[in-house]
Write a protein that binds this ligand. Structure first.
Ligand code: UGA
Length: 445
């Protein structure tokens, strides 16, 4: 199928490239000519494992990038909208969605054949039917369901494993105003014949996305609340408590042959320094605001956000327990990205923790295998010494704070134990054994 994808951000580009990989003819559209030129040269503007390889494989073959939206829509039979929906602190900002809907509507005016417009951007329930569809109708002068179709197809890609998540999907949600729209969207994913597909209306499709992310965020805050209580009560460890919870056969099923399955969801059921990234914080807050708009108090999700906002302070408190005065104390931050496998620092717990330490006049050294350039943009001229290795960052420090679960941090115990003055280790991710150093602190102990 010939498909146009509007927006070459994270979701748009990954989707475009993967749609080419499963055999479609894809035109990626963006207003930013520099980005378009870069893509056409086979260079990815973002880092994502495996993306460059697929981009190089398909570009100028069955994948093209352009700034010409008109031609892209005219030449394709389905358009995917994958533009940003930033959260402005009150609601998601729909300006890009609205602008694109108007422009596509204008183009549909001239189109003689049936076309389907699909929203992939994360939008609050009701947006596709109440914002996108009316704009398409208004600017095309045509009727949805008759002259063109409208669908909603949320993405469930994780940063760092987005290509694998696209190519081995766990589910495909096909929202649409009618059978015809859903069927056309279904054709896009025909190669994934074994995957569970859920045909539904657009509003439900939008809600599935928010409910999915909200559940995962809730699991994390739940685990943190339990962890914080364990720490207060003393003489127990949240890690062990949560392991006991994981062993519930409804969470980790036991097969007929007696073998136990440990599903990856258990990793969201662990105490730590809190969730971050471009999705969980934004999506949970957007859903709370959306609920408030219709008079529904999202009490649980509000607590999920509150707990998460407090979690970085718990890390700092562990440090203050040992060093009540932080002025001139040397503290090494290990891990700046919100999770391993990415340089993304959006809403990373490292941001409030570093800022608090700076306010308390601690001397900070920091190391992250890939996120240091991002950190420099975020912290600007603030006084942080960036190091090139674990060995360098921990040199002569009083305390080490581990904030991202990078695999290379498994070497920390050996490195720290070899130091002349062994520093305090605060494990914000509970990734190292708690007896690995003379002074170990972790969330939930
Ligand atoms: C998340 C969802 O997992 C995806 O399904 C969804 O498509 C995506 O948001 C989105 O809405 O676009 P992502 O933000 O890339 O994906 O990150 P996750 O890997 O889920 O991590 C989010 C947060 O959960 C991080 O702060 C991370 O530290 C924490 N996390 C992650 C855990 O606590 N345990 C884990 O096993 C994984």
């Amino acid at each position: 199928m010939k498909i146009s994808v509007i927006g070459t951000g994270y979701v748009g580009l990954v989707s475009g490239v993967c749609l080419a990989e499963i055999g479609h003819d894809v035109i990626c559209v963006d207003k930013d000519k520099t980005k378009v030129d870069q893509i056409n040269l086979g260079k990815s503007p973002i880092y994502e494992e495996g993306l460059s390889k697929l981009l190089t494989k398909h570009i100028n073959s069955n994948l093209h990038a352009t700034i010409n939206l008109h031609n892209a829509v005219m030449e394709s039979s389905l358009t995917i909208i994958a533009v940003g929906t930033p959260y402005d602190g009150d609601a998601i900002d729909l300006q890009y969605i609205e602008q694109v809907s108007k422009e596509v509507g204008e183009i549909l005016k001239d189109k003689k054949t049936y076309h389907v417009v699909v929203v992939k951007s994360t939008v609050v329930p009701g947006t596709t039917d109440n914002v996108v569809l009316p704009l398409l109708e208004k600017y095309s002068g045509k009727k949805a369901g008759l002259d063109f179709g409208v669908g909603m197809n949320p993405e469930f890609l994780r940063e760092g494993t987005a290509i694998a998540d696209f190519m081995q999907p766990d589910r495909i949600v096909l929202g649409g105003i009618d059978n015809k729209s859903q069927s056309k969207l279904d054709e896009v994913y025909a190669p994934f014949s074994d995957t569970d597909k859920l045909k539904t209306d657009n509003k439900t499709a939008e809600m599935i996305k928010y409910a999915s992310n909200s559940l995962l965020a809730t699991l994390i805050s739940f685990s943190n609340e339990i962890g914080n209580l364990c720490a207060k009560l003393g003489d127990m460890d949240a890690l062990e408590v949560m392991r006991g919870v994981h062993l519930d056969k409804r969470i980790s099923p036991i097969l007929k042959n007696g073998q136990r399955i440990t599903p990856s969801i258990t990793s969201y059921l662990e105490a730590g320094c809190g969730f971050g990234g471009s999705c969980f914080p934004k999506d949970v807050k957007a859903l709370i605001s959306h609920g408030a708009n219709v008079g529904e108090k999202m009490q649980l999700l509000s607590s999920v956000v509150d707990i998460n906002n407090d979690q970085p302070k718990k890390v700092l408190n562990l440090l203050l327990k040992h060093y009540p005065e932080l002025e001139n104390k040397k503290v090494a931050i290990l891990g700046l990205a919100f999770k391993p496998g990415t340089n993304d620092m959006r809403e990373s717990p490292a941001i409030p923790i570093v800022n608090d330490l700076l306010n308390k006049k601690a001397e900070i050294t920091a190391y992250d295998p890939v996120a240091q350039d991002e950190a420099k943009k975020i912290f600007g001229t603030k006084k942080i010494t960036y190091s090139k290795s674990i060995n360098e960052v921990v040199k002569d420090v009083d305390a080490v704070i581990l904030l991202t679960r990078w695999q290379e941090f498994e070497a920390l115990p050996e490195i720290l134990n070899a130091c002349k003055k062994i520093p305090l280790l605060i494990d914000g991710r509970r990734m190292l054994p708690k007896n690995c150093l003379p002074r170990y602190e972790g969330i939930g102990i």
